[in-house]
Design a protein around this ligand. Sequence first.
Ligand SMILES: O=C(O)C(=O)C[C@]1(C(=O)O)C=C[C@@H](O)C=C1
Length: 274
Amino acid sequence: MDKKIAIQGIQGSFHHLVAQQYYNENVQVLECMSFRELVAALVSGEADEAVMAIENSIAGSILPNYAMIDENNVKVIGEHYIPIDMNLMALPGQSIEKIKKVFSHPMALLQCKEFFKKYPHIKLIEDADTAEVAKRIHVQQLKHVGAVASKAAADIFELETLAESIHTKKSNATRFLILSMKKKEPNGEKIDKASLKFELESKRGSLVSVLNIIRDFNLDMTKIQSMPIIETPWKYSFFIDVIFEEYEEFKKAMEILEVMTEQLKIFGTYKNSL
Ligand SMILES: O=C(O)C(=O)C[C@]1(C(=O)O)C=C[C@@H](O)C=C1
């Protein structure tokens, strides 16, 4: 039986595009209207795996997603990057001048902030999903309303593109994680990346000591994200990604970090896809 993959959003969303690229064109998806719903579907077993956006090159990290992965003991089993192309769309026959409101996912609106500065008459409103807005405009035949979404969404929901590629930087890209409640099954793929988290005592040099171990064992840190620990004001946890050539070196580094840090947690080891 095909695996069921939870995505945030509906057909035509960027998550759907990633699921099609990572699994296959006909992937069986479970459409979730929030990241919280997506994680709940994984935890309950309703979905086997999930695709979750974690970071965008313009809008930055989606911090609540780090916390949800951590709190629910979700495993990271892969990653996927896609260039993100944002487009303004509306019912056929509308023009930008006629559009009064534009709805989209908050991360999508953030990526297009510069474009909309030129159109101060347009009110930007956050919504659950890019493609879902496109669908709503089509189903309810909403005039004077625009969506910011993918070209695929415009095609599926028969909308006209009023402005193409409206994201601020043309190199706009989003990184997605592939998630599961189970550890990655070996499938012959090279494992050369890991996502982990640790907490540190607020002591002089504690982070530097960890970074030295990472360097000494030839791990290349590709990302570091600090997150406040809610229970203890001004104490932080660090979420990091590392890539490596030798799995054995990674393992040895983790044995040392286990002793040097508090709450070391490895979310998963998987194939680097950048
Ligand atoms: O609304 C969508 O289409 C999504 O897939 C969500 C999402 C996100 O969560 O960042 C995915 C990629 C883009 O960066 C913008 C929006």
